[in-house]
Design a protein around this ligand. Structure first.
Ligand SMILES: Cc1cc2nc3c(=O)[nH]c(=O)nc-3n(C[C@H](O)[C@H](O)[C@H](O)COP(=O)(O)OP(=O)(O)OC[C@H]3O[C@@H](n4cnc5c(N)ncnc54)[C@H](O)[C@@H]3O)c2cc1C
Length: 411
């Protein structure tokens, strides 16, 4: 094997998690390569708003986020089914909205300045194992040829595709991912100067006469500058998959329902009067359940969306994917420093490193960020069970809205 085929960190996916991992590995003095299946890093826009946590300054540079962002006022307006009642909550923390491409390009710039190699149009297909330890990946390059790369640690940062997580049997489709429509509009019928709050519309199962068995969902609008807005529909699957009254919809059905909601859902459809759709796509967000086994084999760690390490209430997958990548690369490089100085086969180094996995996991699970994410999942679990499963329809949810509003104030 030549040196160019070996990197300490082999990273799958150039999203916020993979790019953070590459940056931290390089800053700690280790070689890192990122394989990205798209023609550019993170080709599809995903989250475009995040809290200005310390990690963002550490990775992208001090105050880079405010320099490209529009500060949110922290307000959220929650609309009951049918838009019959509303509750507004405020969360005081620095939160910014920005353009996806500008955000991602900055990661790429920082990573490349540090010597992280990013291979585009390279789709990872499967892990390479030796003696029950992952020692690299196979990938299809831009010409369609199958290539191999070896490394001490393989980080699956491939988002909901979770190519290695799926390979090791993690039930994303059955338990973890939720469909979400991502849409960007201009000439929106809303002005951020007058209405700066985020808007969320709860829709119960059984509420839509054009699709009575459609799962419970939340239509949202995040106002942006110049009469633009991010809008979309999040299907809430944590309860839905076990509810007798729900039929899991096809992709076509989801888009048909989304079209109707844009046209006629009380309160929400108003934003679309005269608006132009600039981007619209059905995608998936892993936020029904956390992945418990985020190191499914020695040599591999699932990071970010592939570990469903997000705030399931929304708006924090970016921050948490960066935090998780930072944590794991830092902890692994501490021991890797010592091990890679010794004369050993790669598989021996990898195996030795992962002998401490239980200790690393314990530290991660004691990390306050992990505790926050876990806390959000248990809160949303109880909340959704009560509202979307037990109460379920507009009539019952509306009757208990005062109680629901009190829960929303804690979220
Ligand atoms: C519609 C929507 C709105 C959201 N809004 C917000 C928000 O406002 N704020 C917030 O914080 N979070 C938000 N999120 C969540 C946030 O975007 C994600 O949590 C975050 O992007 C996760 O980063 P990641 O790097 O783990 O995965 P991703 O961003 O999904 O990146 C994965 C990368 O891996 C690549 N890839 C996939 N498969 C392969 C393969 N086999 N080989 C090579 N490359 C591969 C992909 O092309 C992609 O570049 C939103 C998500 C969605 C879908």
């Amino acid at each position: 094997m030549t040196d160019s085929e070996f990197y300490n960190f082999v990273i799958v996916g150039a999203g916020p998690a993979g790019l953070t991992a590459g940056i931290v590995a390089a800053r700690n003095g280790f070689s890192a390569i990122i394989l990205e299946k798209g023609e550019i890093a993170s080709p599809k826009p995903r989250g475009e708003g995040m809290a200005h946590g310390k990690i963002v300054d550490d990775i992208l540079g001090k105050d880079y986020l405010p320099s490209i962002g529009l500060k949110s006022n922290g307000g959220r307006v929650w609309h009951s089914p049918g838009d019959l009642q509303i509750t507004t909550t405020y969360k005081e923390y620095p939160h910014y909205f920005f353009e996806w491409r500008e955000f991602i390009d900055r990661f790429v710039e920082v990573a490349q300045d540090l010597g992280v190699k990013i291979l585009l149009k390279c789709e990872v297909i499967e892990p390479i194992e030796k003696e029950s330890t992952c020692i690299g990946v196979k990938y299809k390059d831009a010409s369609g040829s199958i290539q191999e790369l070896h490394g001490n640690v393989v980080l699956d940062c491939s988002g909901y595709s979770a190519v290695l997580g799926r390979h090791y049997g993690i039930p994303y489709d059955e338990e973890i991912i939720c469909p979400i429509v991502k849409c960007l509009i201009s000439k929106a019928n809303i002005d951020i100067k007058e209405t700066p709050d985020l808007q969320f519309y709860f829709i119960g199962n059984g509420d839509l006469e054009y699709s009575p068995r459609f799962p419970q969902c939340v239509a949202y609008l995040f106002p942006l500058a110049n009469k633009r807005a991010e809008v979309g529909l999040m299907l809430r699957m944590a309860q839905a998959r076990s509810m007798k009254t729900v039929t899991i919809p096809s992709e076509d059905e989801i888009m048909k329902v989304w079209d109707e909601i844009k046209k006629s859902y009380p309160g929400y459809s108003v934003f679309f009067k005269g608006a132009k759709i600039d981007y619209e796509e059905l995608t998936w967000l892993p936020n029904a359940k956390m992945v418990e086994n985020y190191s499914p084999i020695s040599g591999v760690i699932l990071i970010g969306d592939s570990a469903a390490f997000v705030n399931p209430f929304g708006s924090s997958g970016l921050l948490y994917s960066m935090e998780m990548a930072n944590f794991w690369v830092n902890i692994l490089t501490t021991d890797l420093k010592e091990l890679s100085g010794q004369k050993k086969e790669i598989s021996e180094v990898n195996k030795k490193l992962f002998e401490s996995i239980d200790e690393y996991k314990k530290k991660f699970e004691e990390f306050e960020v992990y505790e926050q994410v876990k806390g959000y999942y248990s809160l949303i679990g109880a909340f959704e069970y009560k509202i979307f499963n037990r109460l379920r329809t507009a009539e019952k949810i509306n009757k208990k809205w005062d109680y629901i509003a009190s829960l929303l104030k804690q979220a």
